[in-house]
Design a protein around this ligand. Structure first.
Ligand code: SF4
Length: 326
């Protein structure tokens, strides 16, 4: 089986944007690929270096969200990033051959720095595509699932690996990307992106009531100021959610909206009920793992140990080829 490396920054609970954009695909792929799920606590430090307690708790929360979404710990491998020395070593080695220009001109770095409001970039933030390359290659992953915005990172990773292999005669796998088929879920406020920092997210850990309340307050077609006025689902955030979570009824919802035979309150209620029926089993699994944190810790520790066996073997071969072993 080909190996996939994917994962999440451990900066808090995962939301439905993560579920639609990546978790649901991880679940679908777990029978056909060997999946490594990276709990990216080092990468979390690039933006949350002053809040290590949050990162520590989030290692559990992110693992629990992935397990609750349906990942089977017998099939996938959970890996705590900071506990893999091979990643740290590869990051150092790669940083010798990547240029500052390659990093500072990376469009994703520029956009993210702008979004975070950074005037001056830390060395760690600027260099995170280098550490991401180490994440992918310490275990010779073949594939990385990505959204459009992450493609420049993988292209940079491929360049780094190619240069490194040419220089030292190593045989590190040049990773391919697997473009995410699902488009991004907008935030409740209509923002194109759902995000923790934007305050517009529904979380996998939200209760039925919290989810229903959030949907009740979600932005709709703002021109539809009365139930008697026909709406336009194409500009309605709630309708985007219908398409993501209620696909079998969304054509019907669209016509009812356009001919004003359903009001926004009823439309949102219908959506919330459907979403709650999808997320109830996820909540149940979440509850189980919350009550069995020891089990979660064992899953993370045994996955990390397995990843270290692979990483230690690979880094030893790489150092041999680099002639740094005396
Ligand atoms: S009826 Fe539904 S789809 Fe139409 S504007 Fe209201 S919430 Fe959106």
């Amino acid at each position: 089986m080909k190996r996939i490396l994917t994962g999440d920054r451990t900066t808090g609970h995962l939301h439905l944007g993560h579920y639609v954009g990546s978790l649901s695909q991880r679940v679908a792929l777990q029978d056909d690929y060997e999946e490594f799920i990276l709990l990216a606590d080092v990468q979390a430090l690039t933006t949350h270096f002053n809040n290590p307690e949050l990162i520590n708790d989030s290692i559990y929360q992110v693992a629990i969200d992935n397990l609750a979404a349906g990942l089977d710990p017998e099939k996938v491998t959970f890996v705590q990033q900071s506990m893999i020395p091979a990643i740290a070593e590869l990051t150092i080695f790669y940083s010798m051959i990547v240029t500052v220009n390659q990093l500072s001109h990376n469009p994703t770095i520029k956009t993210e720095a702008k979004n975070y409001g950074y005037k001056e970039l830390t060395y760690g933030f600027l260099g995170y595509p280098v550490s991401q390359t180490a994440d992918i290659t310490f275990c010779n992953a073949d594939l990385v699932p990505v959204g459009e915005d992450q493609i420049p990172h993988i292209e940079l990773s491929r360049k780094i690996v190619r240069k490194f292999n040419d220089l030292y005669g190593t045989t590190i796998t040049e990773p391919e990307y697997k473009l995410s088929a699902v488009s991004r879920l907008p935030g409740l406020d209509g923002n194109a992106k759902m995000g923790k920092s934007l305050g517009n997210a529904v979380y996998l850990s939200d209760s039925q009531e919290v989810l229903a309340g959030k949907i009740r307050n979600a932005v709709t077609d703002t021109n539809r100021i009365s139930v008697k006025i026909p709406g336009n689902p194409d500009v309605c955030t709630v309708y985007t959610y219908h398409k993501a979570f209620n696909s079998e009824e969304c054509d019907n919802v669209s016509s009812m909206c356009r001919n004003a035979s359903i009001g926004c309150v009823a439309c949102k209620k219908l959506l919330a009920e459907k979403m709650n029926s999808i997320f109830d089993p996820i909540r149940e699994r979440r509850h189980y793992y919350e009550e069995h944190k020891d089990e979660v810790r064992d899953i993370i520790k045994s996955g990390t140990a397995k990843a270290n066996e692979i990483g230690n073997r690979n880094i030893a071969e790489i150092k041999e080829k680099m002639h740094v072993v005396i």
